[in-house]
Design a protein around this ligand. Sequence first.
Ligand SMILES: [Zn+2]
Ligand SMILES: [Zn+2]
Length: 252
Amino acid sequence: MTSSEQNFEEFTEQCLEYFMPLQDEFIKLYDINSYENWFYDHGIGAFHFKSDNGRNLYFKYVDVGSFSTKTDTWKWSWDNKTTPKHVCRGLEKVKAFGQTNDFEELTKGLLDGDEYTGWALTAVSAKLLNAIGAYRIPQDHLFIYFIFTNELTQEEYDALKDKYISCDSHVSGRIAFICQHLNKDTHAGFHEAFDPDTITDDDDGYEAWCDECEKVRLKEDGWNDVAVAFANIRLVCDQCYFEIKERNQKDN
Ligand SMILES: [Zn+2]
Ligand SMILES: [Zn+2]
C-alpha cells in the first residue's frame, strides 16, 4: 500500500503509537510535573517551566493549535491571526505532508473535532517535526497545544530575551531593525536584508531600509560608515516592522 492510499485515521494511529511513549519519557526525563508554573512567550517562542523552589526549564516550541470546548473545533495555529508566524513556521511541513497525502485534516485551518483531536494532531505534528515532547495548557474555553523542538539552556534563553523589545502599540515582539526614514506614515520603499519567510533564530532579525538608503548603499558599495550613518538604523518590534512594511513597500 502506498502512503497516498493510507487513510488519515490509520496514519493518526501510527503517530499516536509513536508519540505516547515519547511523551511519557519526556515527562519523566524532565520531571515536568514537579514544576508548579509555566509561561509561554510568543515574542521569543520559548516555553518556560518554573518551580516554586527556583528551578527553571526552557524549551523552544512550535504552537500547534487550539481546541475549543465551546464549539468542539480545532484551529491550526497558522490559521489563527493572533499567532505570530515564527511560532508556527514548522507546521508548513505538516501542511505539505497533508497536501501530498490528501489529508484535509492537515490542510484545513478549522476542523470539527472531539476531545481526542488536539492530542491526535499534536502527535502527528510531533512525529513529522521530530519533537522531543509536547504540552497542553488551558486558556478560557481553549486548550492550546505546544510541541517542543529542543531544550534551551539558561544562556540560550537569556540570549533570546535580549532579542525582545517592549512596544507601546503591541504587547511585545522580537526586535527588528529599520532605517530612520521609515515609519507608519511614509511611502519610502522597503528593502529587506532577509526574506521573512526563511529567517531563522540565528539571523539577527528582520532588517529593512528605504529607497534612499538603498541608493546610498549601492553607491557606497555596501554598508560602509557613510551608508550606516545615512540609514541610522533604529529598533522596532516585529509587529511594527510588518505594519511599516505594508505601508512602505511599493510593489503592491
Ligand atoms: Zn532610509
Ligand atoms: Zn510594535
